[in-house]
Every structure is written in C-alpha cells, then in structure tokens.
Design a protein around this ligand. Structure first.
Ligand SMILES: Nc1ncnc2c1ncn2[C@@H]1O[C@H](COP(=O)(O)OP(=O)(O)OP(=O)(O)O)[C@@H](O)[C@H]1O
Length: 332
C-alpha cells in the first residue's frame, strides 16, 4: 500500500522516451552518417492493479519498444518507468519473478523438449516450490487444455498449442502482471477464442493485470476495457472504446433502402459512399442531425427502410491511424 492507502500502480511511465542511433552509409563511399530514430517519444501513463489494457497503434508506432522497456530488455533513453514498484532495467531479475511476458512471434519454450519438460525447467529457473508448481500446472493444464500435447516436443506443436504452452510458461510462477505482445497473431478462430477466454478469466478471477499489444480487432473489442493508442512514439489516446469513438468524432453511416434502385440520393452534407441495388450507404458527419437528415430524405425519396450504424472499431482505428480524424490527445 502507498502512503495514502491506495495500492501502488502496476505500471507507471512518466515521459518515457527511447531513441536508437542508426548508422547509414552516406553516398557510395565508406563514410557513414549517424541519425537518431525516436521510437518512443515521451510517453506517460499509469496502469492500476487488475486492469486489462490494450496498447495499440499502427506498425512502427513504438509498441514493442515500450514492452521491451517495461520488461527491462531495453533501457529508456529518458523518463522514469516503474513496474511493480521497480525499475525494470536495473532490477530485471527481481521483476521477472513478478511479471510474465509472452511474445506472440517467439517462444520461450525449448524446441526439442516435450512441453512438460520445458515447464519443469521453468519451475527451476523461477525456483517455484514443487507443490505450488504441481498445483499451478494442474490448473493451467485444465484451463488451457494442455493435456493432449503435454508430452509432445514443442517443435511438433501447432501455433495455437504452442501459444497455450507459452501462456502456461509465463504464468507458472503466478505473476501479478502479464505483458503480451500480439498473443493471437496467426491463430485460427478457435484458438483465438480459447486464448481470449483464458485471458478474460485470468483477469476477472485472478485479478492479474494484463497489458496487451495487438492488431486484432476481436482482441480489442472482447478484452480491452481501456485502450492506449500510440502513434509516432507518442500517446494519442487513453480511454475506453466508447470514448474513442467520440474522441475521433467518427462519422456514422446511414443505410437507406429505397423503394426502387436509382441514382445516388442527393442531400446537403451527406455523401453516398456505396450503392447496391436499391440500397445506399450514406456517410453522416457526427455533427449532423440524423433525424433531420432522415426527414429530408423521406421528403424527396420513397424509402422502404433505414438504419443508422455507428462506425465500427475497425473504421475508427483505420481513420485514426491514417490521420483522417481530428482527435484530441488525452493529457497525461
Ligand atoms: N533495435 C532497434 N534499432 C533501431 N531501430 C529500431 C529498433 N527497434 C525498433 N526500432 C524502430 O523503432 C520504431 C518503433 O518500432 P516498434 O517495434 O516499437 O514498433 P511497433 O509499434 O511494435 O510496430 P509493429 O506493430 O510493426 O510491431 C520503428 O521505426 C522501428 O524500426
């Protein structure tokens, strides 16, 4: 507990930056010039105990670099970072006992060993007491349905099985914080559902704090109560999905079914983005009054059906990443 009686934050990032020095050949000669690439450019956020947070952003935004700093693999160029109250790069070993990390593109398991043996080695690495290990392994085996392939060498596992194995490996020592870098990448729909269901339960029943990077919209909608969006190394948004829709002032879509097919309808302030027989899709700016637009249409056209649709999260993020929307960055 902190002095005020509130539990300390699991993650506290204040103005964290990371830049890389690149050496490039200047012209044809042997001379090389040094340039600096700012991968993370002054990011501040706090994640409290028990939260489930999505860390999103377009390719190259700085997500993996942030995760590497949170887990102590990289040291920030400036700013301060505390994870479980520790400085990750200075106290990397002590921190490793408190957190679990899964990189979807890489495995921490031993390629040639059966999954069971990898998990036993991990127990020794983390010095988990034998009875606690047995209990957790049984629990994770049941929740992640590992039993059918516990004795299979890791190299023979499917991607979905390997990911479940990696999750078990990251959780065997009972970490308070789980950091995941694209945990559902490449998984089929059934495996994704298993992994998502598991993460949901881990967070809800165990209270494990989870920070997840993903490009998968299903992960975001199903799991993340709060999203942080980074763009060009800076935090562009911090809040829940409903607020994100509002913040980007995403346009709404009016789907109009005319009595018969015809040319695109015409009305001030709206744009027909698609037609399909008698059906037309109209982009409605958020500021527009939907009732007035519907009344205006009904006056001029014979309409048999009409539906108003909020932009889905895919459209919202695509617009945000492309820079279409004027959104207000959330102050730290
Ligand atoms: N070790 C490194 N040396 C030099 N540049 C790096 C290094 N690691 C990352 N970068 C650069 O830093 C920027 C941010 O990369 P990062 O991998 O953090 O992005 P990301 O948001 O995780 O992207 P993606 O969604 O594609 O995984 C990119 O321009 C990348 O090329």
């Amino acid at each position: 507990m902190g002095r005020s009686g509130t539990p300390p934050a699991m993650i506290e990032a204040v103005d964290v930056a990371k830049s890389f020095t690149l050496r490039r050949r200047a012209g044809r000669g042997p001379r090389r010039v040094r340039t600096t690439l700012s991968a993370v450019d002054g990011v501040s956020f706090t994640v409290g105990r028990g939260e489930f947070v999505g860390y999103l952003g377009p390719n190259g935004a700085g997500k993996s670099t942030t995760i590497k700093m949170l887990t102590g693999i990289l040291t920030p160029s400036s700013g301060t970072l505390r994870v479980c109250g520790m400085d990750p790069s200075r106290e990397r070993t002590a921190l490793a006992r408190r957190i679990g990390v899964v990189f979807g593109q890489r495995t921490t398991l031993w390629w040639d060993l059966p999954l069971r043996d990898s998990l036993t080695l991990i127990r020794r690495l983390y010095r988990v007491e034998a009875s606690a290990h047995r209990r957790r392994l049984a629990e994770l085996t049941a929740l992640l349905e590992l039993e059918p392939f516990l004795d299979t060498p890791v190299r023979q596992l499917s991607l979905g099985q390997r990911m479940r194995g990696d999750l078990a490996a990251a959780l065997l020592h009972g970490p308070e914080l789980l950091v995941l870098d694209e945990p559902t990448i490449g998984l089929d729909v059934v495996s994704k559902a298993t992994v998502r269901g598991f993460l949901e339960r881990l967070n809800a029943e165990r209270g494990t704090t989870i920070l997840l990077t993903t490009h998968d919209l299903g992960d975001i909608e199903r799991l993340c109560r709060r999203v942080l969006i980074v763009d060009h190394g800076r935090l562009a948004f911090d809040g829940d999905l409903a607020r994100l829709r509002q913040a980007v002032a995403a346009d709404r879509m009016l789907v109009v079914e005319l009595a018969r097919p015809g040319p695109p309808v015409e009305l001030d302030g709206i744009e027909v983005v698609r037609t399909e027989g008698p059906r037309q899709w109209l982009r409605l700016p958020r500021a527009a009054n939907a009732a007035a637009v519907v009344a205006g249409l009904a006056e001029r056209y014979e309409i048999s059906d009409i539906a108003l649709r909020e932009a889905d999260i895919e459209e919202v993020l695509a617009g945000l990443y492309r820079g279409d929307h004027a959104y207000t960055p959330t102050p730290p």
